[in-house]
Design a protein around this ligand. Structure first.
Ligand SMILES: Cc1cc2nc3c(=O)[nH]c(=O)nc-3n(C[C@H](O)[C@H](O)[C@H](O)COP(=O)(O)OP(=O)(O)OC[C@H]3O[C@@H](n4cnc5c(N)ncnc54)[C@H](O)[C@@H]3O)c2cc1C
Length: 407
C-alpha cells in the first residue's frame, strides 16, 4: 500500500530506518504492536562499512532473532590489544566465554534486521520533512508532499541530526574536535596472517587512533580517528579520507601492515564523519506526550567505546518491552490510552537516561585520552594509565546488559 493511503492512527510511526529504527520495528512486531518505518534513503544502506558489536549488542540481536544469521559469516574475536604506533604493547584482554565481540558488515546488519520486519511495514524514499507536536502532546510527521501523518505513537530514530529531536526542543550536538574514517579492505583469497585480535593503535602528531580487526575471514575493518579543527572537518570528505590514511600510515610501525590494508580498500568502501555527541540529562526524560526518541537521535555519541549502535539496539528492545507490559495491563494495544502510552515512554526514557548519559561521557573521555596529541608528559601518563587500568578492570565492563523482550 502506498504511504499516502495508510492509516497510522493505530500504529507506531518510526522515523528513520537505520539500526535503531529497523530494530524497533522488529521488536514491536515480536510483541504484536503494529508499526511503520519511514526511511528517507531510496534503498537500505548504512554508511560506515563495518561496526563492532559487543556482548550487549549480541544480547539485543538475540532478542530480535538475527544473531545467528549474523554469526554465520562474522568472526568472533578472541582478544583485544592496545598498542603504541611504534608497536609497544600497552594493555588488553582475552575475552571470556560470556563476552561476545564480533565486527559485522553494516549493510548485512541492516539487511538482517529488515528481513525480520512484517511485509509492507518499511517505506523507503520517505523523507519526514518536519515534525510537530500538537497541543495534546501527539506527534505529527509531515511528508515532502505536505501530507500529515498522525500516529498513535511517534518515535524519532532519525540519527544524529534528528528532526524529531529538534521538534522536542533538545539542544543540538557538539563537534568533538575529531574526525572518524571507517573503511573495509576486501581480500578475495582471504586475509593474510589472519588472527582473531582487535588492535587499537595510539600515537601520531594529530592524536591519531587506529583500529583494526577482521569482520569475516575475507574482510578487514580499518578505522582511524584524529583531531581536526571544525572548519577543516566540515570539508573533510570520503575522497580526502583515503589520501589521509596513506599519509597517516607513515608513523605506524611496519608490523601493523597498514599499506597492505590500504591497497585493498575500494573508494566506495570508505566513509568519513565529523564526530559529534550530546549526553542526555541523567535524570530527565527526553520525550513529550506520545513522542520519544531512540538511538543517535536520543544520545548521539563518539565511537570511542564502540557503543552507539549497541545502545540503539538496547533502546529498541527496552522500548518494545516497556510498551508490551503497558499494553498487557491496558487490555491490548487498541485499548491503550495516550496517557498510558506517555507514561510508558517516560518510564523507558528515565530508565535509559543514566546508562546512555554515562556511555556518552565515557566515550568522550576515552576519545580525549586516545586522541591525545604528542606531548611527552601527557602521553607517558596516558600510557601508564592504560597499563594499570587494563590490569585492574575488565575493558568491557559497560557491556553488561541483558533485557528480555517479553517477560
Ligand atoms: C566513526 C564511527 C564509528 C562507529 N563505530 C561503532 C561501533 O563500532 N559500534 C557501535 O555500536 N556503534 C558505532 N558507531 C555508532 C553507530 O554508527 C551509531 O550509533 C548508530 O548508527 C546509530 O543508529 P541509529 O539508527 O540511531 O541512527 P542512524 O544509523 O544514523 O540511522 C538513522 C536513519 O534515519 C534516516 N533518516 C534521517 N532523517 C530522516 C528523515 N527526516 N526521514 C526519514 N528518515 C530519516 C537516515 O537515512 C538513517 O537511515 C560509530 C559511529 C561512527 C561515526
Amino acid at each position: 500500500m502506498a504511504l499516502d493511503d495508510i492509516d497510522v492512527s493505530d500504529k507506531v510511526l518510526i522515523c528513520g530506518g537505520g539500526i535503531g529504527g529497523l530494530a524497533l520495528g522488529v521488536a514491536l512486531a515480536k510483541v504484536g504492536i503494529p508499526a511503520v518505518v519511514l526511511e528517507r534513503g531510496e534503498q537500505l544502506r548504512s554508511a560506515g562499512a563495518g561496526i563492532r558489536l559487543q556482548t550487549n549488542a549480541w544480547h539485543a540481536l538475540e532478542q530480535l532473532g538475527v544473531a545467528d544469521t549474523l554469526r554465520k559469516e562474522h568472526i568472533r574475536m578472541e582478544s583485544l590489544e592496545v598498542l603504541r604506533d611504534n608497536g609497544r604493547y600497552l594493555g588488553g584482554a582475552t575475552y571470556r566465554d560470556d563476552e561476545e565481540n564480533r565486527g559485522v558488515v553494516r549493510n548485512e546488519l541492516i539487511i538482517a534486521l529488515a528481513a525480520q520486519l512484517p511485509n509492507g511495514s518499511l517505506y523507503l524514499s520517505s523523507d519526514v520533512q518536519s515534525v510537530k507536536i500538537d497541543e495534546r502532546g501527539n506527534g505529527v510527521a509531515v511528508l515532502r508532499n505536505g501530507k500529515e501523518l498522525r500516529p498513535k505513537l511517534l518515535v524519532g530514530a532519525d540519527g544524529v541530526n534528528s528532526r524529531v529531536t529538534k521538534a522536542l526542543g533538545l539542544s543540538s550536538v557538539t563537534y568533538s574536535g575529531q574526525v572518524g574514517i571507517r573503511a573495509i579492505a576486501r581480500f578475495k583469497e582471504g586475509i593474510p596472517n589472519f588472527d582473531r585480535v582487535t588492535r587499537g593503535i595510539m600515537g601520531g602528531p594529530n592524536g591519531e587512533f587506529d583500529l583494526l580487526f577482521p569482520l569475516t575471514d575475507k574482510i578487514m575493518y580499518y578505522a582511524s580517528v584524529f583531531s581536526l579543527p571544525e572548519v577543516e572537518a566540515k570539508t573533510f570528505n570520503n575522497e580526502k579520507a583515503l589520501q589521509y590514511l596513506h599519509s597517516n600510515a607513515k608513523h605506524i610501525a611496519e608490523q601493523f601492515n597498514i599499506p597492505l590494508w590500504l591497497s585493498h580498500i575500494k573508494p566506495e568502501d570508505i566513509y568519513a564523519h565529523q564526530l559529534k555527541d550530546r549526553a542526555p540529562d541523567k535524570d530527565k526524560a527526553w520525550g513529550k506526550g506520545t513522542v520519544t526518541l531512540i538511538g543517535d537521535a536520543a544520545h548521539p555519541t563518539t565511537p570511542f567505546l564502540g557503543q552507539g549502535g549497541a545502545m540503539a539496539l538496547e533502546d529498541s528492545v527496552e522500548l518494545a518491552a516497556m510498551l508490551n507490559s503497558m499494553t498487557k495491563s491496558e487490555g491490548g494495544w487498541e485499548k491503550a490510552s495516550p496517557q498510558a502510552i506517555a507514561e510508558a515512554l517516560r518510564a523507558f526514557e528515565l530508565k535509559r537516561a543514566p546508562r546512555c548519559h554515562d556511555m556518552v561521557q565515557l566515550a568522550r573521555n576515552n576519545g580525549a585520552m586516545m586522541c591525545m596529541k604528542r606531548s611527552w608528559l601527557g602521553v607517558l601518563l596516558r600510557d601508564l594509565f592504560i597499563m594499570v587500568a587494563a590490569r585492574l578492570t575488565r575493558v568491557s565492563f559497560y557491556t553488561n546488559w541483558d533485557v528480555k523482550l517479553a517477560a
